[in-house]
Design a binder for this molecule. Sequence first.
Ligand SMILES: C[S@@+](CC[C@H](N)C(=O)[O-])C[C@H]1O[C@@H](n2cnc3c(N)ncnc32)[C@H](O)[C@@H]1O
Length: 218
Amino acid sequence: MKYLKFDDQLNQYISKHNNQDDDLLKELRELTYQKTGRRMMISPDQAQFFRTLLALIKPKKILEIGVFTGYSSTVMARSVPDDTRIVACDISEEWTAIAKEFWIKANIDHKISLRLGNANQTLSDLIDSDNISTFDMAFIDADKISYDSYFEKAYQLLKPGGTIIIDNVLWKGTVADPERIDDDITALRQLNDKLAADPRVQSTLLPIGDGMLMIAKL
Ligand SMILES: C[S@@+](CC[C@H](N)C(=O)[O-])C[C@H]1O[C@@H](n2cnc3c(N)ncnc32)[C@H](O)[C@@H]1O
């Protein structure tokens, strides 16, 4: 098998070449650590992956499941033209208040529509209100036990040829360790197994950040 061992030296080399965070994104990352004590945002390398992907696929309608303080949505909204819309789903009013502040600061708030509430319900509402097969891209980055449900609903909402990105699918490497068992790890293993064999999609597991699945709806 042909593969690389990602030691610290190589990871630093990759990060140095992929990190394009500017002052606003650095400020958002720092403020997020200060105010929430959490590090749930995608990494700068993943942000660069999104910039490249968005330049390729030029989506007009994006679905984000898991906003947190707005790092990934800010990266995406700044990488798309003015007429692209992002429907951004999250359950936390407190965390998305920080996101809203930065969307205004970055002058991208007109591109993003925040849907507060349980994302499973929000996605069902979108399906019931004529949004089936209308999205070009979806990014899934919320509670792991709902990932399969988010995938199935996002799949319905996506146009054929659309892209779904799912974050954290390697879960710090634990998915490959048979001695590690909990509800999140089990949900992620089941989803990785399912998508590797799902004839409705082409999917690739990428070792970027905490592991991302890149999926094309056939
Ligand atoms: C990993 S963070 C998202 C990080 C964000 N994508 C970024 O890179 O900046 C996960 C988010 O999912 C949200 N979340 C968790 N369970 C949820 C649910 N049932 N419905 C909607 N959002 C949920 C949390 O409030 C949290 O903000």
